[in-house]
Design a protein around this ligand. Structure first.
Ligand code: FAD
Length: 246
């Protein structure tokens, strides 16, 4: 119980400096452009898919908007929304299973490429024939699998389709806390919408990637005129070069 003097002092302080009593504001931004400074209502870091489902369900019950982010590299600000519950998925970073017969690896959506690659290399260290990813973004490794799938990213495969071509399936959590498996055969429409859907169709919880046989590459570098670039790409594709960049 406050004394009269304490009460008056507190009331005066509240009138003069209300910010002292306010909850500190939470601001987020993307890593590279820093053009997406956004105030969010809360910033939550679920560690399990049950926690993720609970956050989604609770926000949905209260009618609160949700935003979901991975490593925050997208520069269009798609991973944030003003006054939303912002879910940072980076603690959901476990490899769930690795089928070495079929080359399928399932991991939680917040895993980053470097951890995924380290894990499957370690698991196959004694094997003559190994599996590896077909493609990922260039320029950085700190991208999450969920962020990559949601942006349907491309790598430097000269004739490769974007990442969707390497996705076997994924699980997505909807507002009813339901985990929905999506693949070309199951919930196909959601599979097509959420891949490249920038988080608008639910929260990706885990992703199963199709790996390809690992192979040694030889790098060839040449200096050519910029005008000749499109023709050179066509020639390299015809010569069956797998990757290319300029
Ligand atoms: C240096 C650099 C190099 C790049 N190179 C390439 C490249 O070579 N090819 C290319 O295609 N792109 C490239 N990009 C773009 C980058 O690949 C994408 O922005 C990618 O989505 C970033 O992943 P992230 O983990 O940072 O996701 P974030 O930026 O955090 O999120 C990206 C989108 O995915 C959504 N999302 C994230 N996690 C989930 C989830 N679990 N469930 C549902 N939705 C989710 C977010 O809401 C947001 O809409 C590059 C970007 C940078 C900064």
């Amino acid at each position: 119980m406050l004394t009269r003097r304490e009460f008056i002092r507190t009331a005066a302080l509240f009138a003069l400096a209300p910010h002292i009593f306010a909850e500190p504001e939470i601001w987020v931004n993307d890593v590279h452009s820093q053009l997406n400074h956004t105030r969010v209502r809360d910033l939550l870091r679920p560690r399990t898919s049950d926690e993720l489902a609970e956050i989604v369900h609770s926000a949905s019950r209260k009618g609160l908007p949700i935003s979901v982010s991975g490593c925050r590299h997208s520069m269009g600000g798609q991973q944030f929304a003003t006054d939303s519950i912002c879910i940072d998925t980076r603690s959901l970073d476990r490899v769930i299973s690795f089928d070495q017969e079929r080359g399928l690896i399932e991991a939680e959506a917040g895993i980053q490429w470097s951890k995924l690659i380290r894990t499957y290399l370690h698991a196959q260290a004694d094997k003559a024939k190994q599996w590896g990813i077909a493609q990922k973004q260039t320029g950085a490794d700190t991208f999450t699998l969920g962020g990559s799938l949601s942006s349907n990213v491309h790598g430097r495969g000269l004739a490769m389709k974007p990442l969707i071509s390497n996705i076997e399936s994924f699980t997505l959590i909807n507002a009813d806390r339901k985990s929905i498996r999506c693949s070309r055969d199951e919930n196909n429409e959601l599979f097509r919408l959420a891949t490249g859907g920038y988080g608008l169709f639910g929260l990706i919880d885990s992703v199963t990637l199709r790996l390809v046989p690992r192979q040694k590459l030889r790098r060839e570098v040449e200096i050519i005129r910029a005008d000749d670039l499109p023709k050179r790409f066509e020639e390299r594709i015809a010569q069956k070069f797998l990757y290319g960049d300029f």
